[in-house]
Design a protein around this ligand. Structure first.
Ligand SMILES: O=c1ccn([C@@H]2O[C@H](COP(=O)(O)OP(=O)(O)O[C@H]3O[C@H](CO)[C@@H](O)[C@H](O)[C@H]3O)[C@@H](O)[C@H]2O)c(=O)[nH]1
Length: 242
């Protein structure tokens, strides 16, 4: 479902309010949840040093602006340290099956849509485009287990030194929409019917990380594979419904 523009621009307001509060209370260590979407329509794999292309959606623009605000604050105030974490595509749920995502209304993102098709709540998945220059024509993304992502934050905080640091939090592996559907079916022994429809505006063909900087500087890498992501997403979905 389309969200109004001011929904996204609240991201910038939050960044400004939070950084102001941090400065007032002399909190000088900041970890920022950014997004791979700041890379725009660059060619994957995305590295932290590459120039950012214009973003392809308003959400991405607010993340890019927030990164600039934090960088300026750090330059103006040498005591302020910030770790900017560029998330790739977080999916899955906590292994306990107790913490996961339950989007309001029709899910925008692929994994929650797949889980709802698998339960029968939605009839079939609509695959947005099969004519991209990718392995099977469908969009390729770097899916990362949410628990790996959480561990990346702990590593970033523990290793935070002065200045501005930017890290990709991804696995470095690309998975197409149809590959994810197949992995989900195999991991959980369920069917996920789908149909191919037109491309979704604002989507790019392929987005995956060069994840080497986080490994070198933070000692962090994503450990959980695509099967674990599918299994944990499904466990939460079933628990949540029961
Ligand atoms: O019903 C659906 C939903 C998605 N897709 C495709 O699945 C892929 C992944 O889409 P989605 O799960 O919506 O993620 P992205 O559009 O890649 O965006 C996610 O990943 C970005 C980082 O790369 C974040 O900034 C965003 O917040 C987050 O939603 C894309 O190729 C989509 O075209 C479908 O085919 N059908």
């Amino acid at each position: 479902m389309e969200k109004p523009l001011d929904y996204y621009y609240n991201n910038i307001v939050s960044t400004m309010v939070l950084t102001k509060a941090c400065q007032k209370h002399e909190v000088n260590r900041f970890v920022f949840s950014s997004s791979a979407t700041v890379y725009g329509d660059n060619k994957a794999p995305f590295t932290e040093t590459m120039a950012l292309s214009p973003t392809t959606n308003p959400y991405g623009e607010t993340k890019a602006m927030s990164e600039r605000i934090l960088t300026d604050i750090a330059h103006a105030n040498p005591a302020f340290s910030v770790s900017i974490l560029r998330y790739f595509n977080p999916v899955g749920a906590h292994e306990s099956g107790l913490i996961g995502e339950e989007p309001n209304g029709i899910p925008n993102n692929l994994m929650p849509y797949i889980t709802q098709v698998a339960t029968g709540k939605r009839e079939k998945l609509r695959v947005f485009g099969a004519d991209y220059p990718t392995v099977d024509g469908t969009g390729v993304r770097d899916y990362i287990h949410v628990v790996d992502l959480a561990e990346g934050h702990v590593a970033a905080l523990e290793n935070l030194t002065e200045g501005v640091h930017v890290y990709n939090l991804g696995t470095g592996k690309g998975t197409s929409v149809l590959e994810l559907v197949k992995a989900f079916e195999e991991a959980n022994d369920v069917d996920v019917p789908y149909e191919i429809v037109d491309r979704r505006p604002g989507d790019i063909a392929a987005c995956y990380a060069d994840a080497s900087k986080a490994k070198q500087e933070l000692g962090w890498t994503a450990k959980r594979d695509i099967i674990a992501m599918c299994r944990d997403a499904w466990r939460f979905e079933k628990n949540y419904k029961e």
